[in-house]
Ligand binder design. Sequence first.
Ligand code: ARG
Ligand code: GLU
Length: 722
Amino acid sequence: MNYSVFKRLLFILLLFARFTAQADEGMWLPILLKQLNESDMQSKGLKLSAEDIYSVNKTSLKDAVVLFGGGCTGEIISDKGLLLTNHHCGYSSIQSHSSVKNNYLKNGYWATKSEEELAPPGLTATFIVRMEDVTSKVLEVLSDSMNERTRAIKLQAISKKIEMEAVAGTHYEAFVKPFYNGNEFYLFVTEVFKDVRLVGTPPESIGKFGGETDNWIWPRHNADFCLFRIYADKDNKPAAFAASNVPYKPKHHIPISLKGVEENDFTMVYGFPGRTNEYLTSFAVDMIVNEADPEKIKLREKRLDILKTEMRKSDTLRLRYAAKFATISNGYKKMIGEVNGLKKYDAINKKKVFEQQFMASLNQKAEIKSRYQYLLADIEAAYKKFRPLNKARDYFTEGIMSVDLLAHLFEYYKVMNLAQSQNRNEAEYKKAIEDLKMASANFIKSYNSIADKKVFIEMLSAYHNDMDKESQADIFIEIDKKYKGDISLYADRIFLKTLVLNTSKTEKLFLNFNKNKAKLEKDEGYQLIKSLYENYSKKVKEQVAKADIEIAALNKTYMKALREVMLDKKFFPDANSTLRVAYGMVSSYYPKDGTQYNYFTTLKGVMEKEIKGDEEFTVPERLKELYIKRDFGRYADKDGEVHVAFIATNHTTGGNSGSPVFNGKGELIGTNFDRNWEGTMSDIMYDPSQVRNITLDIRYTLFIIDKFAGAKRLIDEMTIVE
Ligand code: ARG
Ligand code: GLU
């Protein structure tokens, strides 16, 4: 090889290294796209301008993207307010309309006309009207010399003021949120629709095919979608549920492309990612990998085992615990994947190397050196203090409070506290008693003591065995004495004796709560929660709150320092449930030596995965029929198969579920619903070779709606580009 060829090769190699290091990481703010990302996006295949994606002056893609409920994303796909999101995002709404006899989770549901669309209580869809950088307005009233408490109070006051001014005279709502760990602030003005109805959902055997086994895993074969509709009043404004409401007329609805994707195609995800922690230090990552995640995994595993066993025994229980089980399991599995990934990727050492680079660069900047010289050492010291506190908090919130009975007893404890407070507000107290009375009736009605008692025993035992003795509640001294530390004996006693599980006793209590409350005070269940909570409150809660404030302040400074010191790096703010754009390319990957994962899956794979008698892998007969007849309509790919899902390098996280996935022209090609196992660590560290978001191919969605469910009326509403 001659020298000039060598030099050119080296140049290309270097270019590539630079490219892969920066590739596709980031969740960007829509209003900053023009400045930060537009040209990069266009060079990768975007045909739109930043203004087409987000604008306040004209209709843009943002007008068809909503925050669905509190924690998912949805998109508008017809001029009659039809909303597409994930099956797992609609899961609890579907569950709330189901009974063992009319089980829509199991059988699916398709409204054949508007009157059959079902309104789940409390469901909302939130549009972003506009956003604005209000950093300078906020920082005007804050100063570096303020202590964190004063700062928090001032911040709250100025935020309130900005929010009120922003919505004066409108029906909009507003909030100000911190970005870059509290170094910048943005205002969001929103329009919140409160009448959102379930239109259609496939059965679980399609929407959740593969169940918990396949969750967080690629290759994937479920149609994780369902459909809702936003209703508005006659002026197209948000209104509480009313029979007279009409389908909402959106400013924009997303056209759907039937063309599918190929490797390296541009894709863009527009949605509401919930939370990431990309700028943690090695000390924090160490705590997560070696302590916090493993502890929580252990606690959750115990609960899941118990719930699984009990759910198998009864259809009623299976339905009642469906959403709860899925949520616990989802977080559990995510943490396992995250720990694996961070270890395999050597994340702690990578962070350490990065911190050394930071210090080296800092040392060259005489003007700011003194400001940040001891920052990392301070963070290290803070985490050292924080670790045992964090563990104690997790054992309380993930352990103790995960016992239904104890969480319920805690509601009693709160009302008792009110009862005993010197200057209680009578109206508030009366209302609290009324609420508790209702909560009690509901609780007893749906309570399953068999499962919960097992959870009680496991969680109390874990708390007693794993936490250092000094931080435990006093009641354990008594338990050790009276029951020789046998928690199951103790559980027998509590479950037998506590009055809160007994209808006639609670009814008597609520006849005159204020007078009868002495009975509650003597209740052994009540005494247990009182001891547990007061111990937690005294030894853990306040200290954790203080440590949280201290660490947040240090992280804020660290973020500021990073941006001042590492000038050649482009920083995006951590996810915080606000609207973001991620973009990347359709891409296969190598999860391990000798293995490559293709970028798409097909209906054939669904058939291959079938396991007779296994509820997670049952394929409905109707789907098999369509497959055997190859009755795919216009929804097959040009290779003749129905494509189910595909993967790309978009940087996404929890909350991005249900997000529209666009092609370069702003047409809908799918719905984001998961991440791959190897990539679950991307909330903390993004590895471009391993992180993939998983998208449900829109053609599989349409195939299920049209061919499987025969819901032509819905297809007819949509704008489909062939
Ligand atoms: N892992 C996906 C997300 O984080 C889907 C979760 C729902 N599915 C389930 N099998 N639990 O939310
Ligand atoms: N399933 C996740 C959600 O509910 C999205 C997957 C992820 O965390 O990336 O938002």
